[in-house]
Design a protein around this ligand. Sequence first.
Ligand code: FAD
Length: 476
Amino acid sequence: MTADPIAAHLSGLLGPGAVLTAPADQARYLSDWRDRHRGLARCVVMPKSTPEVAAVLQYCNEAGIAVFPQGGNTSVCGGSVPSEDGRGIVLSLERMNRVRDVNARNNSMVVEAGCVLATVQEAARFAGRYFPLSLGAEGSCQIGGNLATNAGGTSVVRYGNTRDLVLGLEAVLPDGRIWNGLRTLRKDNSGYDLKNLFIGSEGTLGVITAAALKLFPLAPTTLTALFALDDVEQAIALGEKLQKQFPGELVALEMMSRSELEIVLRHIPGSHCPLGEKGRWQLLVELSSSALLPALTEQLNTCVEGALAEGIVLDAVVASSEQQREKLWHLRHSVTEANKREGMGLTHDIAVPVYQIPAFIREAGAMLARDCPGVEVVIVGHIGDGNLHYIGMVSHEAWRGIENKPGYQLRLAHALYDIAIGMGGTFSAEHGIGSLHLAEMRQYKDPVELGLMQQLKQLLDPKGIMNPGRVLPAQS
Ligand SMILES: Cc1cc2nc3c(=O)[nH]c(=O)nc-3n(C[C@H](O)[C@H](O)[C@H](O)COP(=O)(O)OP(=O)(O)OC[C@H]3O[C@@H](n4cnc5c(N)ncnc54)[C@H](O)[C@@H]3O)c2cc1C
């Protein structure tokens, strides 16, 4: 029996095994996967159903206890771990992991929030359908976390962000009321679109417990190619060319700097670049189509030959087997793990209009060379979406020598954000705000917009129990 009366009460509500209090049991819920953010909690609760989530929230709301919802804990901005004061609870969705329904005729599925993204993709595939959301963390992140952060990933060019893949939602409000908005309709203009209020709200307005998702036909043919280029302007030009030539078929346009590729090759066993040392930039391209493989391959090869003849690209390889395709994607998906091993990656998740990418890279590079000697520029980007993960890589040794690390980090980040925002961009393209970007919310968000967000928060969560200290800066 636990000594903490709140944990004991929650245990009474949810039954045996659903509440963790021992430090060793709680440990993996209290720090993020890079160990950059840590918190404390009275306990971790793991409800198994929507009514159980409702019971937990109703009790916490009445007692004024902070609730930190957690999915797969893959957040990169400190959104998924509780605060340091240890007065709140972590609400893990991991036991709410049922696929409730897959309806191939309606091209829809209903899944619980704790389903791991890869499981959702697999369940769709099993029914002969395709769920397009895809990201490096798909083996760990949960669909509830993807919804709460409106995750982007590698298929946005063709299918949009998570928000664009949702038909309906079920959520528990901070006071414990259950909102069942699990409709699977393509058209429903019956009032305000509340699901979009919860999507991207990072657990600050309630707990998402289930979602109705859009499915797509499984394309018979998928083709992946890697291009080596020396000039980022040409990478953008190639992206535009591919978009024109393969409308509706271009799924991914992922760019990586040579510096990033070298880090992956250095740290990820078995990684290999088929284009050797060619190119300052690598562009990974994926097409999916109803055309048969030989026809699509021929079309892509013609495009590759054209790009080579025009001097846009230095070299290219088109994957000729599923194994080759996986190896190309492995380079891309290993980026985060490799960077973690390389050093202290000061990551910035900016977006600018696509055509501004070369100008951003030029200006940001000049700023870093001038103001941050010793920092290596490493870039990986979803360039079809104008989204760059612009990373200042500092060796572990050099990082230890930098005094006032938070000040250094903030100055660098704001110098980059100023450049992005000056070009009509943003400081947070797809990772969200978490606890990391509160200063930027204060500095860069339109005051009217921020005020409206605060009013909505007050309306739905007047006691401020949901994920306090995330997304919205404290009001002065
Ligand atoms: C290797 C790697 C690659 C990545 N690539 C991408 C990428 O390409 N694109 C991208 O957008 N992100 C990417 N991310 C970031 C991360 O995976 C996403 O933000 C993901 O959507 C988070 O899902 P999660 O289940 O891990 O949520 P968590 O990290 O557990 O939580 C994230 C936020 O959502 C809230 N939350 C979680 N579940 C719920 C729920 N059911 N109801 C209400 N609130 C909830 C949490 O409180 C927190 O604020 C990557 C991360 C890693 C480690």
